[in-house]
Structure formats: structure tokens, C-alpha cells
Design a protein around this ligand. Structure first.
Ligand code: ATR
Length: 277
């Protein structure tokens, strides 16, 4: 029997057990996926005793993503680019391996929902410059986007992104998030604005190119204010739940040996969970 879990502090609200639990049932795998509250001062001990605790690996959430990255023996390019890990597993010889699957989750879902997102040779706009923005920037750079405009409230973090990722990243003033995005191929919100209906990004989509795709990584509620406003303006939208589901795929495959599928049934199950909460 194989075991995995998600660790964080706090951890109560994690949806990962529902996602992995669904796949374990669906594929009839003799395994478990649980959540474990791990305090910041316990993370070193926890990770060094994964094998002794009978775990194949784990997902990592706030506040352990950077520490997990640092403590890993092997790091995939995705984790190196972001400087943080959300997925850990032990390889054949017991080495701790780390990946950041947010890039994979975001780009896979965007492409599944809007296959033609890169058809126009146009810039991409990113709102926010934190860890999630970093993962998504890396995805767009890898996909060959020529210019990524990063709008952040405080200039320092977008400048840091440009320093780390190079001249294709253009730090932009927060105030220009609408006016300098009208030609964008994709606009994505990576800030927490809109979570649980709190706050507004104050976007004006009036002059946006009709082919622009607006996406949000916030998935509570499923239809955020940003998504609603973009739809009202006739733009195509991509929700945040799909990214969450797709980012879980590589971990499940590493721990349980089956590459799981993100199905409509799984999406509806987790969406219902979110709506009920
Ligand atoms: P994550 O890892 O989820 O990306 P993070 O690293 O804490 O989280 O980053 C949060 C991002 O949301 C930051 O870009 C932050 O902007 P600042 O760098 O200026 O703090 C942005 N953010 C959070 N609340 C915001 C708000 N009310 N308005 C605009 N941006 C906000």
C-alpha cells in the first residue's frame, strides 16, 4: 500500500485530499492520501523521515514551499525557476526529489480550454508578482511568448522577476493593468484579490482585443469577479479550478504509478465541494 499526503500550516482547507482521494477510488488503487499539519519548526524532521513514516512523497503548501525546495536532493527545472516546490517524492535510491507543478497545471489547463491562446503574436499580462506569478511567467517563457507584462502593486517584486527571468519580462505600473493590456493574448490574475468575493481588481475590459483570454488562479468562488466582468465583455475565460486539478497530476503519478485524468466528473465533484463551503 502506498501513502502520500499534503503538508502545510494550517492545512484544514486543502482540497488536495478530495482530488487524490477521488483518483485513488477511481483507479482502484490500494493507497491513501491524507493531510498533515506540520509546524515550521518540524519541516526538516518531517522530510527526513518520509521513508521511515511509510510515505512515497507529499504535496507542500504554505509556508513550506521554499524550505522544501531547499531541502531537496534533486530539483526539477520548474522548481528551480520558481525557487519553491509543491511536490516531493522519493526516487529509487531514497533521494528527495522536488518539482513545482503549478507551471504545468496552469499551462496545461489554459491550452486545454483555449488551444489557440498563442495564435496572435501578442504580449501576455500578469497581475501580481508572487510565487504563483513566477510559476506562470516561467510557463509563458517556455512557451515562447515574446513579452510578458507584469503589473504589481509594489514595483520591487516585478523588478525582481525581470532580473531573474530576463528582458522578456516587462515590469509595469499597477495603474496601467487595463490600459496596457488591451492587446494582450492572455491576462491572468495571480493575486489573491477576489478570493471569497473580497476586493476587486478594477479591470476595464472595454477596449480589450476580442480574442483576449482572461484567466484567474483564484477558484473560490469558481466564478470570480474578474471572470464575471470579462464574460460580461464577451471575452473567453479560464477558471482557477482547472489549474488546481492539473497541478495534482504529476504528483499522483509519482506516488501511485498511474497518470490520472482530469475529468468533468472530478471537476464537478470539487466544484460542488467549493460551492458547498
Ligand atoms: P502567491 O505565492 O500565491 O503568489 P504571494 O507570493 O504572497 O502569493 O503574492 C501575492 C501577490 O498578490 C503579490 O503580487 C501581491 O502584491 P505585492 O507584491 O504588492 O504585495 C499581490 N496582492 C495581494 N493583495 C493585493 C491587493 N489587494 N491588490 C493588489 N495586489 C495584491
Amino acid at each position: 500500500m502506498k501513502h502520500a499526503c499534503v503538508i502545510g500550516w494550517p492545512i484544514e482547507h486543502s482540497r488536495s485530499p478530495a482530488i487524490h482521494g477521488y483518483w485513488l477510488d477511481h483507479y482502484g488503487i490500494d493507497g491513501s492520501y491524507t493531510k498533515r499539519a506540520v509546524r515550521p519548526d518540524e519541516i526538516d524532521t518531517f522530510l527526513s523521515s518520509l521513508a521511515a513514516d511509510g510515505l512515497s512523497g507529499c504535496n507542500v503548501t504554505i509556508p513550506h514551499k521554499e524550505t522544501a525546495f531547499r531541502l531537496a536532493d534533486e530539483r526539477e527545472a520548474s522548481a528551480v525557476a520558481v525557487g519553491a516546490a509543491n511536490t516531493l517524492w522519493l526516487d529509487d535510491v531514497g533521494r528527495l526529489c522536488a518539482a513545482n507543478t503549478d507551471t504545468y497545471g496552469y499551462m496545461t489547463y489554459l491550452t486545454a480550454q483555449a488551444e489557440d491562446w498563442s495564435r496572435r503574436d501578442a504580449p501576455v499580462s500578469i497581475l501580481g508578482a508572487g510565487g504563483a506569478a513566477r510559476a506562470i511567467c516561467y510557463g509563458f517563457l517556455e512557451a515562447g511568448v515574446g513579452e510578458i507584462r507584469v503589473f504589481n502593486r509594489s514595483g520591487e517584486r516585478s523588478e525582481a522577476l525581470a532580473r531573474d527571468f530576463g528582458p522578456r519580462i516587462k515590469p509595469m505600473p499597477w495603474e496601467q493593468r487595463s490600459s496596457a493590456s488591451t492587446e494582450a493574448a492572455v491576462l491572468v490574475n495571480t493575486t489573491s484579490v477576489g478570493l471569497k468575493g473580497e476586493g476587486s481588481l478594477g479591470m476595464d475590459f472595454t477596449d480589450f482585443h476580442p480574442d483576449c483570454i482572461v484567466s484567474d488562479i483564484v477558484y473560490v468562488p469558481l466564478e470570480t469577479g474578474l471572470i464575471r466582468e470579462a464574460r460580461r465583455n464577451g471575452l473567453r475565460t479560464v477558471d482557477g479550478l482547472g489549474m488546481l486539478l492539473h497541478q495534482a497530476v504529476p504528483g499522483f503519478e509519482k506516488w501511485f504509478g498511474v497518470r490520472p485524468e482530469v475529468t468533468v466528473e472530478l471537476f464537478d465533484r470539487i466544484a460542488a465541494d467549493i460551492e458547498a463551503s
